[in-house]
Design a protein around this ligand. Structure first.
Ligand SMILES: [Zn+2]
Length: 303
């Protein structure tokens, strides 16, 4: 993978809240978050506050969370060596993913794309879905329409799950933006209603939602070299077969069965919430080979 050094990094699409603490303590603890030895069950999750059946904090905050100060990030990402920096590169990935959906959503689903920022945080953060800490991994919060990531997650991904390789990063972000698209399309809300009607199938439905986000990530990957910044500069110079192999490898390594095995826990498919390694690999690949998010019908018309 090679990024185009002439592409402008649009830091307006992220909200840099690193160093701002975020541990206000007024939030609702995230069920299952942290406390399981770091990176586990909720890896790359849609984060939903289950307490009280709603998004309590969102109402308390009036829907808005505190914003960070992007000044230093903007300065850093307009320098000549910006693309050597992890945070600038990740901002550019976000730019590419959103540029893709700005075109693809109207084209393939007849709907306008609404942008969503990615919040960079460190350690803990207050979100519309409650208080979260880094242990839960990157997530999308449907209540405030934001993607959240502590960028040190990538190191954890490499160290604890053996998912190395740069392309794991845009894959993770594209998966989260897949959840944003599901939110925009109403898929996420339909799926939550279905879960309430049929609690026994709650996990199976969650798996379908997650696999669809993987498939959307694959569709982005196929089209990523066609994405450009606001001036029309291509964002990627190239994406190779090796990059795609890295994304597939990551998808496999964060499969529910793979994570259970690594943690020496029994593999129980009924408890899967994100899908097996094989399924995650399959659906990312489907999105990639078709390049068409319409092909990502993991629900098979069952919603
Ligand atoms: Zn997810």
């Amino acid at each position: 993978m090679e990024l185009n050094e002439n592409a402008r990094v649009d830091t307006g699409q992220v909200d840099d809240r690193r160093g701002s603490g975020g541990g206000g303590g007024m939030g609702i603890p995230i069920p299952g978050g942290g406390g399981r030895g770091g990176i586990v069950g909720l890896i790359i999750a849609v984060l939903v506050a289950l307490v009280g059946g709603g998004f309590g904090l969102n109402a308390m905050n009036g829907g808005g969370a505190e914003s960070g100060d992007n000044t230093s990030l903007t300065q850093k990402c307009s320098a000549d060596d910006a693309l050597k920096q992890l945070d600038c590169r990740n901002t550019l990935y976000v730019n590419s993913i959103q540029a893709y959906w700005r075109t693809a959503l109207p084209e393939r689903f007849g709907q306008q794309y609404q942008p969503s920022k990615t919040v960079f945080f460190s350690q803990g953060v207050n979100t519309g879905c409650g208080q979260a800490d880094s242990g839960v991994g990157p997530f999308y919060c449907p209540a405030d329409d934001l993607v959240y990531i502590d960028l040190t997650f990538y190191q954890t991904l490499a160290d604890q799950l053996g998912a190395e390789g740069e392309f794991a990063q845009p894959y993770v972000l594209a998966h989260e933006y897949g959840h944003h698209v599901q939110d925009l399309l109403g898929t996420e809300a339909q799926m939550r209603r279905q879960q309430q009607r049929d609690p026994d199938s709650a996990n199976a439905l969650s798996v379908k939602l997650e696999l669809q986000a993987d498939c959307y990530a694959g569709a982005w990957a196929k089209n990523a070299t066609g994405t450009a910044d606001e001036q029309g500069q291509k964002i990627f110079k190239s994406i190779t077969e090796q990059d795609i192999a890295q994304a597939i490898d990551t998808a496999e390594k964060i499969g529910d069965d793979a994570i259970s095995k690594r943690a020496n826990r029994p593999v129980n498919p009924d408890e899967f919430t994100h899908g097996s390694s094989e399924q995650r690999k399959q659906w990312f690949t489907k999105g990639y080979t078709t390049g068409d998010p319409k092909s990502c019908d993991t629900f098979g018309g069952s919603l």
